[in-house]
Design a protein around this ligand. Structure first.
Ligand SMILES: *Cc1c(COP(=O)(O)O)cnc(C)c1O
Length: 388
């Protein structure tokens, strides 16, 4: 069977009632026959049937041993760091999600966990950064907002030789486009707030482990620290996933079309989209992803904040908001929004220019989206280089 079919039939109807939609078990506890004698559930922090349905679905989608649902993407990130001990080191992608950076720096540094940031698009730089204390290699591919792509298979190979685990934040690609565990990674995480939920209506996080032993550790951490996803949000996420394949293919196709259009636009300086031949990691992206995703970023020829600010005020379909992956198209200025706390030198080094605009392409008609962007371009003052 093809994946689009198995995805739809992954959750079977409820055995007791025949309900075709997974019931929402809005309960904190479960009645026991005798102490410790129950039907597999005793307390909803430890396990809840609705949450378990979501966790099983993700394990299947990502081809892992077991999945875990958390109260947010960052709670998922946090649970994976808790696998480490004082003195351990992480090698992380240099333009990692800002929230993960904040968690590493402001929460875990004081517990003696060190993070080395390297350009993981070059596996050699990863190899050179490994020390005898390295326990995890933390990848995000594609990254936010410049969509850098790291070779998950090559890095997993060199990590395995040294008994280091590879974690991949698969939020941007989603399991529809990329399966990190099949490429050799050990753990996958998601902000399910983005593509998995898919409708901008839930905050949720996912961890999927490939091995039984990592699954047991994450299960222990999930129960011991308690940042679980509630039954209602688990249900919303399950509901979102029903259309994940349809949405991600449509969003990728539309984004590809918009990226090609942007690349030819006279007001645009650079377009970051892994599907473009001009993208430095295009070959790797082709190798490990089915398509290239729904996020694009681009900078203006007039590389100042002012024209970017003007641009984002003028679009009508693309709404100005943080986040991504929903049905409605969104846009933001990373330098002023998601990456505001990143020092300007670091921002520029990562290619986050002052005029960089990030688009999250929704499921609207791509021609309407292009028209919306063109309208915003028309309202900008002409860049100096074009004025005769
Ligand atoms: C949004 C995001 C997160 C954090 O997820 P939340 O659900 O907001 O806590 C982590 N990683 C990436 C790549 C993200 O885009």
């Amino acid at each position: 069977m093809k994946e689009s079919t198995t995805l739809i039939h992954a959750l079977s109807e409820n055995a007791e009632t025949g309900a075709i939609s997974t019931p929402i078990y809005q309960t904190s506890t479960f009645v026991q026959e005798a102490p410790g004698v129950n039907q597999g559930f005793d307390y909803s922090r430890s396990n809840n049937p609705t949450r378990q349905a979501l966790e099983d679905l993700l394990a299947q989608l990502e081809r892992g041993y077991q999945g875990f649902a958390f109260a947010s993407g960052l709670a998922a990130v946090d649970s994976v760091i808790k696998l480490l001990s004082t003195g351990d080191e992480i090698i992380a992608v240099d333009d990692i999600y800002g929230g993960a950076y904040r968690c590493f720096t402001h929460i875990y540094e004081k517990f003696g966990i060190k993070v080395n940031y390297v350009d993981t698009t070059d596996p050699l730089q990863v190899l050179n950064a490994i020390t005898e204390r390295t326990r995890l290699i933390w990848l995000e591919s594609p990254t936010n907002p410049t969509l850098k792509v790291s070779d998950i298979e090559a890095i997993s190979l060199l990590a395995r030789e040294k008994d280091i685990k590879v974690v991949v934040d698969n939020t941007f690609a989603s399991p529809v486009l990329q399966k990190p565990l099949l490429l050799g990674a050990d753990i996958v995480i998601h902000s399910a707030t983005k593509y998995l939920g898919g409708h901008s209506d839930v905050i949720a996080g996912i961890v999927v482990c490939k091995s039984k032993s990592d699954s047991e550790k994450i299960k222990f951490i999930q129960n011991a620290t308690g940042a679980v996803l509630g039954p209602w949000d688990s249900w919303l996420t399950i509901r979102g996933i029903q259309t994940l394949e349809l949405r991600v293919h449509k969003q990728s196709d539309s984004a590809h079309q918009i990226a090609e259009w942007l690349e030819k636009h006279p007001a645009v300086d650079r377009v970051h989209y892994p599907g473009l031949k001009s993208h430095p990691n295009h070959a790797t992206a082709r190798q490990q992803q089915k398509k290239f995703g729904g996020v694009i970023s681009f900078s203006l020829k007039d590389d100042r904040e002012a024209p970017a600010l003007e641009f984002v005020k003028k679009t009508r379909l693309f709404k100005l908001a943080e986040s991504l992956g929903g049905t409605k198209s969104l846009l933001c200025i990373p330098a002023l929004m998601t990456h505001k706390s990143t020092p300007i030198e670091v921002r520029h080094q990562c290619g986050i220019q002052d005029s960089l605009i990030r688009l999250s392409v929704g499921i609207e008609d791509p021609e309407d989206l292009i028209e919306d962007l063109e309208f915003a371009f028309q309202s900008l003052p002409k860049p100096k280089s074009l004025v005769k």
